[in-house]
Design a protein around this ligand. Structure first.
Ligand code: DGJ
Length: 738
């Protein structure tokens, strides 16, 4: 494992546990992509660059340099001198000319992985640093005419199959340069016959649905220009073989560690080459680099799997648990919470909250989270954002008194904020209208009757931070839900000059990161949950600050199956905010059994979002049992390997997934029958990830008898799930090695 340079073949070889990535340097000093796939360990693969195909090599054929540039597999393609496929870098000089050409100059292989200033990034854990932990290759390229230096970064970790890509651009010249596009990574490979593109798409209440489509000629992809990673499209693409499934087939996945605008695209060219690119969306983006300044692009995680999507998912999960999430809660039990949003919406006061807290405590719930509506004059969503002063009409005696009372009842206390926003009807807006993002002379576009704060302004950052921190300093608060309920429009800043207006989208995201960094530094024990109108900012960037993110405002157990399946394609289950809510479900009106709601929420952080004082006695009685299940399985769910067994999205009948402990001694299978079918036999499902030679005791939660079967039998022969009568019914089966 590691990174080496083979002088004889002018080749960099980056190896991970099972994969290899090779980069070649041509005689003309172009940096080309040679190979990405299963470990190869043969530097002669440098021949795959096809530089022997004479007509196209510029040194022997200047006349056709354009044709060469348009077919060569560039590690980092640039715009303007002959490659017409999607570029990664577009630079305008101070006279307005655009164009750039990069030449390889040097390289460095560093131990560990450099930090990215102001950005979330994967890292080598301190305890692993001494043992080596990881390595980074820096390939240094220059455009001497522009005075531009570009560093291409590739990092690997000893215990991971992921390769982390990044780019840094520096102005070494004497005049300003304008970066009009700086994508973070490109994978220039061959488009093999029958490749498909996989993306995660959706909307509010329908986030991250898996979608596959044939890879066709031209450009296909997903993007966001909404200022956040978005409900609609996710900063992830995978190109995979048509026959690739959970356990077989080749998959190339790219995931962006960023929370703002993005472009993720695959392109099949005239020569059947495949170019995958990912980075900050160039629309609305220009970054000015003055002499001596640097721009660091957010990083991209690349994963190759030769064993389908399942292996890819597990590589992402392990990487994010092992090298991205910093919160102390990563390996700690998270308190079972009850959130009052779907219980009361804005209509609550201390008495109501205390009644919920008391009943919750009786049932074994450990934390009360007070959601939107506790500050300013906020009785609906049309005022007060920005006025982070407690509403004493609702919370008599103030926030501290309520927190103390809840703490006395034996529960922890959590609170909701939406720090990035400002309501036109707020004292803050009346005082500082210039603090909202805005375009001169235009009335800003309202959404949920609110504007977005200009987080490129230092005084706004200070105000926002101090508002949140003051509340946390003054009361015993264990948890914060950080919400963001609208997407960006009118992206202009009255603080910045005309040269810097193209930076506002990115500066906004940097502002969010700076705020959350301050928060986790000052309150290291705080459990932070990110949220954005449901799951619109569920991305790896936010995981650097919070160990969990609210998955979706859709809390219906059946709708959640597809949302959680898509989310778990990339994210560990421990990151997915999931609650048991009331029925008929507020989003879709569906009625599902309380037990099923519990089983589905168990595949996430687990908690409740209902008025526990008002639900039926029968349902309330089920809560202690559900919480016992959470305590019993939370370690396994949080730390185990995830296997997808069946998808209701595909079979229209049932959903099934499994978590297996790393030592394979324990596993939990969740089966949800969505729609019952008449006159069918028991269903056979094939388990995964078990020790073939070991015997397992199988116990169905709520069932009486247990069974002992071998791992081999369960995986090869299958397990019979007895016919279930009724829709929306779930089973939880626990396996322990005997
Ligand atoms: C959107 C969140 O996703 C909900 O859970 C809730 O906190 C509301 N915002 C409050 O406005």
């Amino acid at each position: 494992m590691g990174i080496v340079f083979c002088q004889e073949h002018n080749l960099f070889q980056i190896t991970t546990l099972t994969t290899e990535y090779c980069i070649g340097i041509t005689d003309e000093r172009y940096v080309g992509h040679v190979y990405y796939g299963k470990r190869l360990e043969d530097a002669r693969c440098a021949c795959l660059l096809r530089t022997e195909e004479r007509p196209f090599v510029p040194s022997t054929n200047q006349r056709d340099k354009g044709a060469f540039l348009d077919v060569f597999p560039h590690e980092y393609p640039v715009w303007g001198v002959g490659d017409y496929r999607e570029s990664c870098l577009m630079v305008r000089d101070s006279q307005g000319y655009r164009g750039c050409e990069l030449c390889y100059e040097d390289y460095r292989i560093l131990p560990g992985k450099p930090k990215l200033p102001g950005l979330p990034a994967t890292f080598v854990r301190e305890d692993a640093e001494q043992a080596g932990g990881g390595q980074t290759l820096e390939i240094i390229c220059r455009d001497r005419i522009l005075g531009l230096k570009v560093i291409l970064r590739y990092s690997v970790f000893d215990d991971s199959d992921a390769i982390i890509r990044g780019v840094e651009v520096e102005n070494e010249g004497t005049r300003p340069l304008y970066l009009e596009k700086v994508l973070s990574a490109c994978l220039d490979m061959d488009a093999e016959e029958g490749y498909e593109l996989l993306t995660l798409n959706g909307s509010w209440l329908r986030e991250r649905r898996i979608e596959r489509s044939p890879l066709s000629y031209g450009k296909q992809g997903v993007s966001s220009g909404r200022g956040e990673s978005s409900h609609q499209e996710h900063p992830f693409i995978a190109v995979l073989e048509k026959q690739a499934g959970q356990d077989q087939g080749q998959v190339y996945g790219m995931h962006f560690v960023y929370s703002g605008n993005f472009l993720a695209q695959a392109e099949k060219s005239q020569y059947d080459s495949l170019r995958m690119v990912m980075g900050i969306h160039p629309e609305g983006f220009t970054w000015v680099l003055h002499p001596g300044e640097r721009f660091t692009a957010p990083e991209v995680v690349c994963v190759y799997s030769d064993q389908g999507l399942g292996k890819m998912s597990r590589i992402f999960h392990d990487l994010y648990r092992g090298h991205l999430i910093r919160s102390p809660y990563l390996h700690q039990k998270r308190p079972v919470l009850i959130n009052n949003w779907e219980a009361t919406y804005f209509d609550f006061d201390s008495e109501k909250l205390l009644a919920i807290a008391r009943e919750a405590k009786k049932q074994g719930i450990e934390m009360l989270v007070m959601d939107d509506g506790w500050f300013g004059r906020r009785d609906s969503d049309n005022c007060s954002l920005g006025d982070w002063v407690v509403n004493e009409r609702k919370l008599k005696g103030g926030l501290k008194q309520l927190v103390d009372q809840v703490r006395k009842e034996g529960l922890l206390f959590g609170i909701w904020f939406e720090p990035e926003m400002i309501s036109p009807d707020s004292d803050l807006y009346r005082k500082h209208p210039e603090w909202a993002l805005q375009l001169p002379g235009r009335k800003g576009t309202l959404s949920r009757e609110q504007y977005v704060l200009d987080l490129s302004r230092p005084e706004v950052l200070d105000y926002v931070y101090e508002s949140v921190a003051a509340i946390l300093r003054n009361a015993d608060i264990a948890y914060v839900k950080w919400d963001m309920n609208r997407q960006l429009t009118d992206v202009g800043s009255s603080y910045l000059d005309s040269d810097h207006q193209g930076e506002v989208f990115h500066r906004y995201v940097l502002g969010v990161y700076a705020l959350q960094e301050r928060l986790v530094q000052e309150f290291p024990k705080l459990l932070l949950e990110n949220c954005s109108g449901g799951g619109a900012r569920f991305d790896p960037g936010m995981l650097y600050y919070s160990p969990q993110i609210w998955c979706s405002d859709d809390t219906d157990a059946i709708e959640r199956l597809a949302i959680q399946e898509g989310t778990a394609l990339l994210y560990p289950l421990s990151t997915m905010g999931a609650h048991v809510s009331d029925c008929p479900n507020h989003g879709v009106g569906r009625i599902t059994p309380f037990a099923t709601r519990g089983h589905v929420a168990l595949a996430g952080t687990f908690g409740y979002e209902l008025d526990i004082t008002k639900i039926s006695e029968e349902e309330r009685k089920e809560i202690p049992g559900q919480i016992a299940l959470y305590h019993k399985y939370q370690m396994l769910i949080r730390e185990g390997d995830y296997y997808r067994i069946a998808s209701w999205r595909e079979n229209h009948c049932y959903d099934c997934w499994q978590v297996v402990s790393k030592d394979k001694k324990e596993s939990l299978l969740t089966y949800v029958q969505v729609l019952a079918q008449p006159n069918v036999r028991s269903r056979k499902i094939y388990l995964k990830g078990l020790e073939p030679g070991a015997d397992y005791r199988l116990e169905m939660e709520g069932g009486e008898e247990s069974q002992i079967l071998s791992g081999r039998l369960l995986m090869q022969g299958g397990l019979l799930i007895q016919r279930i009568h009724g829709d929306f019914i779930s089973r939880l089966i626990h396996l322990t090695q005997v």
